[in-house]
Ligand binder design. Structure first.
Ligand code: PDD
Length: 286
């Protein structure tokens, strides 16, 4: 399998990452995940912009321009024959010897960029049937807007959910729902869609932007407003969104059914609208 290592496409076995890379020692780095359908990227510009923005927020610079990165990524999926799948890209601050919490001088220490591909077909059955979720306190830091590779708070929450036999963790701070462990959280009440406003407490999801756009265009009322765990209990529909799961119905929370305990009509409509948006960029996917 081919991967990107700094600004080259190489065989995966050729990559050498130093054990004192600050990504490995401090989780000092950022990442992004972009999806391709039919061998074409969906919302590539938005993902590349967010990667550059995450890097800027921790005073890191990428070793290439946005255009150069987009060309490299397109070449990568071509070489790996990715039809429908994901690209994971990561930027770390590079080697820091001796270990020292302060950022090293970026002029002396080059950052390390890597990208890998995975074939991931759309799981239509799951999108029809939905997933289950468990509510977990949001124990993460206060810069969740940065797509940091430091994900202990997220993975611990997901693990709690898995231990309860659920697929995803819905996170809350003092009863206010922020997002899920690896997706944005949404609720529908009386035909209005609610999701947490962007800011430092959630990741500004690209899928979220797209869903807001298609919903508003279709005249579905949308409110970027906070909602609580109690609101969730009384919601008509709940769903999660991300690049990999699109708009995924959540049918049960903490073992209790949401609404009828199956995918509701508003989520189904949003899924259709999202597919239309994907098809505009990538061609027919059904
Ligand atoms: N996760 N919130 C969190 C905490 C996430 O990790 C993600 C995505 C999202 C949704 O963002 P987007 O719509 O841009 O994918 C929200 C990716 C897919 C991951 O970590 O693999």
């Amino acid at each position: 399998m081919k991967v990107i290592w700094n600004n080259e496409i190489v065989e995966r076995s050729e990559v050498k990452i130093d054990m004192e890379d600050r990504g490995y020692q401090f989780a000092d780095g950022v990442y992004d995940v972009v999806r391709a359908y039919n061998g074409k990227f969906f919302t590539l510009n938005e993902h590349v912009d967010r990667l550059f923005s995450s890097a800027e927020k921790i005073e890191m610079a990428l070793p290439f321009t946005k255009e150069e990165l987009k060309q490299l990524l397109s070449k990568l999926i071509q070489e790996n024959n990715i039809d429908t799948g994901n690209v994971y890209m990561q930027l770390t601050r590079g080697i820091g010897i001796p270990r020292n919490h302060s950022y090293p001088d970026s002029e002396l220490i080059p950052p390390v960029f890597t990208a890998t591909t995975t074939i991931v077909p759309r799981d239509q059955t799951k999108m029809d049937q939905g997933i289950t979720a468990f509510i977990v306190p949001d124990m993460r830091w206060l810069r969740c807007d940065i797509k940091s590779i430091s994900l202990l708070g997220n993975i611990m929450a997901k693990h709690e959910a898995h231990k309860k036999g659920c697929d995803e963790a819905i996170l809350h701070r003092d009863g206010v729902v922020t997002e899920c462990s690896s997706s944005n959280a949404w609720m529908i009440k009386n035909d209005t869609i609610y999701t947490h406003p962007d800011g430092n407490l959630i990741l500004p999801g690209i899928t979220k932007i797209m869903l807001l756009k298609v919903a508003r265009k279709a005249g579905i009322p949308v409110k970027e407003e906070v909602f609580t765990i109690k609101d969730l209990e009384e919601a008509d529909e709940v769903f999660a969104s991300s690049t990999t799961i699109e708009a995924m119905p959540i049918t049960h929370i903490n073992g209790n059914p949401v609404g009828q305990g199956k995918r509701g009509p508003v989520v189904e409509k949003l899924q259709q609208l999202y597919v239309e948006a994907v098809e505009e960029q990538c061609g027919q996917i059904r």
